[in-house]
Design a protein around this ligand. Sequence first.
Ligand code: ZN
Length: 398
Amino acid sequence: MKKLYSIFLLLFCTLTVSAIPVTNSQLTKAFKALEFDIPIRVLLDEKPLAQVTWKIASPTYFVIFAPHQKTKTIFQAAKLTITAQKNSFVINGKKVEGDHLFILPLHGPMSFQGDAFDGVFALTLSQGKGYLVNHLDIEDYVLSVLPYESWPGWPDETQKALCISVRSYGIAKVLEQRKKHEKKGHAVPYDIKNTNVHQNYRGVLKSAPYRKIVEETRGVVLAHDNKPILAMFDICCGGVVPSLKKGIHFSKAPYLERTYPCYFCKDYKFYRWERRLHFDHIEKELKKEFPHMGALKDIKVGSYDAAGVAQDIKFKGMREWYSLPASKFRSPFIKDVYSLAFDFKRNGRSLTLRGKGHGHHMGLCQRGAYQMALKGWNHRNILKFYYPNTTFMRLKKK
Ligand SMILES: [Zn+2]
């Protein structure tokens, strides 16, 4: 990966504010934070301009670098309060020109909302919105994501399989955005979100056992057709063989088209589950979407896909039947309804849901991968089981 901004550029920057003595070697060190082996850009926050208020802390000073204006501003403060205007940011009450700025700590790490972060922060204004994005090296990212997607004490071979999945997914998102950018499509100023929409990430979360796993698989990704794959995974597949899903077509992602079931997760508590929802509770949630529906009279699954995953829910109010995508129906009950592979059984004004698995049933099954490693499978074979038609590749910094 090319170095983003060289020291050469640093020499030609205009030092706009420097009320404090900061040595050239300190500045050089701060700018080194922009040199990544293989960077990933993780979205931390996204807001309409008027609502932007970000507070960022660091042990000492900050350098704010505006790459387009080629200016840098030094803030002698341990905290920054940032708001946004149309083409500029206001940082600690001072206007800083530019719709794309980097925040470099003189002595890292920086923190945001109580979490510490490797790398640098980027502030971007685009289409009426402000974006706060963390740029960091992919290996630091993987090391901080893995603890969220794994479990301490799990076998190394499970951890390695998860680690390679996390890295593959991250790199696939990086390439997806880069392609959009090159085609001048609708590129956003980040590669990946920091929530379970993509992968959970809350900054530096490093521990020695995970570091060993990341080091031992450094740079390794799963690929299909020589491209890193969007290696999705869920908690427990429940024995469901994946089928076509909205937005996911096996013609584009043949590595998710597993034709055989995973039963390795069958002893996990959510392999089969049952939950009861009362009509009053369901009605209250449905009325947020359909305020004029009246009392809930009946409810059923409208349709399933070939895997047995509910696609839409039909329900009857006072007068008529309504329909709602199953994922939307599930969202207020996400803590009780573990997946969409369920059926309903009505009993008076309560509904018993009987379901399979926990998650979306696509890609690697974490509980299955855990049991496979206990049975002696190595990480490569675990990954091959869940992602058919894939090969292993090693990333190289360019
Ligand atoms: Zn499974």
